[in-house]
Design a protein around this ligand. Structure first.
Ligand code: UN1
Length: 513
């Protein structure tokens, strides 16, 4: 195993020792309380990180405001060049950063590397995009007039990110925002500030190597009080927030009350429908990875498996068998499939959810509970559970950020399964396992899944950066990452130019003087 080499990793990334922000080298001011960063891997204190006070926050926003005046004037392809250099920094530090993600957050080393790869990929995407921030041209109804639209930089983008993808989600936002000419102020989860400090440092180095203002990328640390400063700040035209629906509703309200824009990527309650025409072997692999990967802490994690009664027992037996093979332990040991939850509060939520499920009539099919013993001394390791339940159980309707998979039976037509799949308040990701073309197309049609992501013969998680990422209903409606998600980071301007010597009015109106 990689053992306890995180000190080494902190040194490689240049952030060893107690972490206190100042204006030197990284645009992060912090003179507030200290947070202990405890690794869920072994329960050890990795470092202490100082939080930003209101005064620190204001200093950061002032430097960001000044930096925007310079950055917006840099041509977009040159902004892309900066993002390209940042991707190179990530490539050079991929192993160290992936390992730090794994230590601080608890996901497997492979997934930590995957997360850094996602950052590199979105940077590459953004570099190409920096030459493709296209607007449309329109035909004017007036002779001798030309109409077109342009996309201009917006200003400061506030980024509130969650612990589960401590670095990738920031990069989906920041790589696009930067090529769009915006400057970024990042508030990472207070559970994972170290990886944020490391990324911020790498990006600041690129900015300073290019003699650009450090305020182009800023960091503020702390809990929801710092998030609140961002949401309420009229100097911030766009707040992008990833996390729980509860948090999203608070942010959305604060941003809307000042008529700012928000981009929300909130909870999911993602299901895979398994029809009688499914490939059961593929189904089991897809469902198990979807449910236990990242210890069930992706917003795209598979929470529900809606299985036709004809194949129900077969799927159930195969799942229980597969869960029996899962190895739980140190996520840096590549022999393990499942690492810890983020902290002991998350363990409590997992245990509470299982209790509630039982009270509501569910049957837990696998061994479950917290793991005890030497290897599990952090107290954050749990056994992934498969639970036979009904879609209308209160607990099934909620998103529990833990490896609990609800197994639900449906009868009759696919429409019944689709109704269950859509019968929750969240609308992020969904999937169908079938070799039947009619079923697949119905699932993807306007009568099918109501989610932002709908897949055929793959699971609910593991979305690629090239597509727009996000979902409907209580998932918040925002789209990050690929496709044309960049448009939310810019302001659209419609331009009409008259190249004649007369001034005809639109809609045929006459106004003679
Ligand atoms: C998240 O959990 O917030 O689709 C993002 C996936 C990843 C991103 C998840 N690409 O699993």
């Amino acid at each position: 195993t990689k053992g306890s080499s995180y000190q080494n990793v902190l040194e490689i990334l240049g952030i060893a020792g107690e972490n206190k922000g100042s204006s030197t080298g990284t645009n992060w001011f912090s003179s507030g309380e200290w947070i202990d960063v405890v690794s869920p891997v072994d329960g050890n204190l990795m470092a202490k990180v100082q939080t930003s006070s209101k005064e620190d926050y204001n200093k950061v926003i002032e430097t960001a405001t000044a930096a925007f005046e310079k950055w917006k004037k840099v041509p977009a392809p040159q902004r892309g060049e900066i993002v390209r250099q940042f991707a190179d920094k990530l490539r050079a530090n991929k192993t160290a950063l992936g390992e730090l993600v794994s230590y601080e957050m608890g996901k497997s080393f492979q997934e930590g590397l995957g997360e850094v790869q996602e950052m590199i990929d979105i940077c590459d995407f953004a570099v190409g995009l920096s030459r493709q921030l296209h607007g449309l041209t329109m035909h004017s109804e007036r002779p001798g007039h030309r109409m077109y639209e342009q996309w201009h930089p917006l200003g400061i983008v506030g980024i509130i990110s969650a612990f589960n993808f401590p670095v990738a989600v920031w990069s989906w936002n920041s790589a696009l925002a930067l090529v769009c000419g915006d400057v970024c102020v990042w508030k990472p989860s207070e559970k994972t500030p170290l990886t944020a400090v490391a990324c911020q440092k790498l990006l600041s180095q690129v900015l300073s190597d290019n003699s650009l203002p450090e305020g182009i990328s800023c960091l503020v640390t702390g809990d929801s009080r710092v998030g609140e400063l961002l949401s309420k700040d009229t100097r911030i035209p766009l707040v992008s927030a990833t996390g729980s629906t509860r948090m999203g509703k608070i942010v959305a309200k604060a941003v809307a009350s000042r008529l700012g824009k928000s981009l929300l990527e909130l909870g999911g309650n993602n299901a895979i429908i398994v029809t009688p025409d499914a490939d059961i072997k593929m189904t089991v692999i897809g469902a198990v990875f979807g449910a236990v990967g990242t210890c069930g802490q992706r917003c795209t994690s598979t929470r529900r498996l809606i299985v036709h009664q004809k194949v129900y027992d077969q799927v159930k037996d195969a799942l229980v068998e597969a869960y029996g093979q899962l190895k739980i332990g140190d996520p840096l040991n590549e022999a393990n499939h499942v690492g810890p939850l983020i902290d002991t509060d998350a363990v409590k939520m997992y245990l509470d959810a299982l209790e509630k499920a039982k009270e509501q009539g569910a049957v837990v099919l696998t061994e479950s509970g917290r793991l005890e013993g030497n290897e599990y001394q952090s107290g954050c390791y749990v056994r992934p559970a498969v639970v036979e339940a009904s879609n209308d159980f209160n607990i099934v309707q909620q998103e529990t950020f833990a490896p609990i998979l609800y197994l639900i039976k449906y009868d009759g037509d696919l429409e019944n399964a689709i109704a269950m799949q859509n019968g929750v308040v969240q609308g992020l990701s969904s999937a169908i396992m079938t070799n039947n073309l009619r079923e697949a197309e119905l699932f993807l049609s306007n009568q099918g899944s109501d989610c932002g992501i709908a897949n055929v013969n793959i699971g609910t998680s593991g979305a690629e950066i090239g597509g727009a990422f996000g979902g409907e209903k209580e998932t918040g409606g925002g789209r990050e990452s690929g496709s044309d998600a960049w448009k939310v980071y810019m302001r659209r301007q419609t331009n009409t130019i008259n190249y004649t010597t007369t001034i005809p009015l639109a809609q045929g109106i006459k106004f003679d003087l």
